[in-house]
Design a protein around this ligand. Structure first.
Ligand code: SF4
Ligand code: SF4
Ligand code: SF4
Length: 331
């Protein structure tokens, strides 16, 4: 049974020992019984020899836990997902933290490679200039955005749900110990979580508050690039150290064209008082201390250097610079 489940649910070796933290015995039986086919409640009752209430309970729970996806809402047909999909739910909603750290770090490496593999076609096309990121899938096409650009997206949203950031929970570079409600989803994407009974519904004002606080704490905001044509998809309050797209971009050497930049910082050294705040705020180390020194109000201070080619345009530096030496330019 377990061998068949591992095959059907595409369980990688690194997860096998800890599979009981991610799926329950009944879910294993469900995945094996449905064998990658679409199914209904009646199929589950027949194939698993379950009463209607028990089959309903099993489907509801497995759906909530990301082990099933709905294929057709009206006809209530389902299909089993795979471990890659389930992991995002397990990491933020279940007892993922009980898996030993060393094993979680191995799972993180597998997940990062799986992310790259899933998007290898996109990476290849991008490299060859054959993919317009505005047409790529929502979850691939992130772009760092300024607070006012993010507020514009929030204003367009009908429904908003916040869930904990799965990248943070899964990554070996995680900084937040407990899941934080930093992944914000809109409209259809929000509905997907609401239907599963997951996440926290937010008003526009509450959403702006979450974003503002995350920005203050040093998280940059990423949105779906194509929100103008496709509507609001998500806002990630994100740290590139744990973010899979940014980590994948580093491995793939695609930083100059992916993730896409829409802004760049402009640094005015004449106004700068060398306080060093931008060095602390920039998640990409675009600001650093140079070798030289300058005298500011009679005190010798280290000179600041700025490399605009590294800048990803998140605006974290500009919105805290005390001397207004940094402005953001849309590109
Ligand atoms: S921006 Fe990065 S960290 Fe945030 S959810 Fe998206 S992929 Fe994860
Ligand atoms: S935050 Fe502003 S004033 Fe401080 S070092 Fe950076 S650019 Fe200069
Ligand atoms: S330089 Fe400023 S805008 Fe550019 S990535 Fe760093 S913090 Fe963001």
């Amino acid at each position: 049974m377990l061998r068949k489940f591992n095959e059907t649910f595409a369980v990688p070796d690194v997860c096998k020992e800890y599979i009981n933290h991610m799926v329950e015995q009944e879910e294993i039986e469900l995945v094996v019984a449905m064998d990658m086919a679409e199914f209904t409640l009646i199929d589950v009752m027949n194939k698993m020899n379950l009463s209607r209430p028990l089959a309903e309970q099993l489907i509801e729970r497995a759906y909530k836990r990301g082990i099933l996806n709905k294929v057709n809402d009206k006809q209530a047909t389902y299909i089993c997902t795979d471990l890659y999909t389930r992991l995002k739910y397990a990491a933020v909603f279940d007892d993922y933290e009980n898996i030993p750290l060393e094993a979680r770090n191995k799972i993180d490496s597998w997940y990062l490679n799986a992310f790259i593999e899933k998007h290898s076609d996109n990476f290849n096309k991008l490299r060859e200039g054959k993919l317009d990121l505005h047409e790529a899938s929502f979850l691939f096409a992130h772009t760092p955005s300024l607070l006012e650009q993010v507020y514009e997206v929030i204003e367009e949203a009908d429904r908003i749900v916040a869930i904990p950031c799965d990248c943070n929970q899964l990554s070996k570079h995680r900084t937040a110990k407990k899941p934080v409600l930093y992944c914000i989803h809109f409209n259809n994407y929000a509905d997907d979580f609401l239907k599963r009974g997951l996440g926290k519904a937010l008003t526009k004002e509450e959403c702006k508050e979450v974003v503002k606080n995350a920005n203050k704490e040093g998280f940059m905001q990423c949105i779906n690039i194509n929100f103008k044509t496709a509507g609001p998809g998500f806002i990630c309050n994100c740290n590139p150290k744990w973010c899979y797209p940014y980590r994948a971009a580093e491995i793939m050497g695609s930083q100059s064209y992916y993730p896409l930049k829409r802004n760049v910082a402009n640094y005015n050294s004449e106004q700068c008082i060398s306080c060093g705040l931008c060095i602390k705020r920039c998640p990409f180390n675009a600001f650093s201390y140079g070798d030289g020194q300058i005298r500011i109000k009679g005190k010798l201070k280290k000179q600041i250097t700025f490399d605009s080619t590294i800048c990803q345009g998140c605006g974290l530096c500009a919105n805290t610079c005390p001397s207004k030496s940094i402005s953001m330019i849309n590109i």
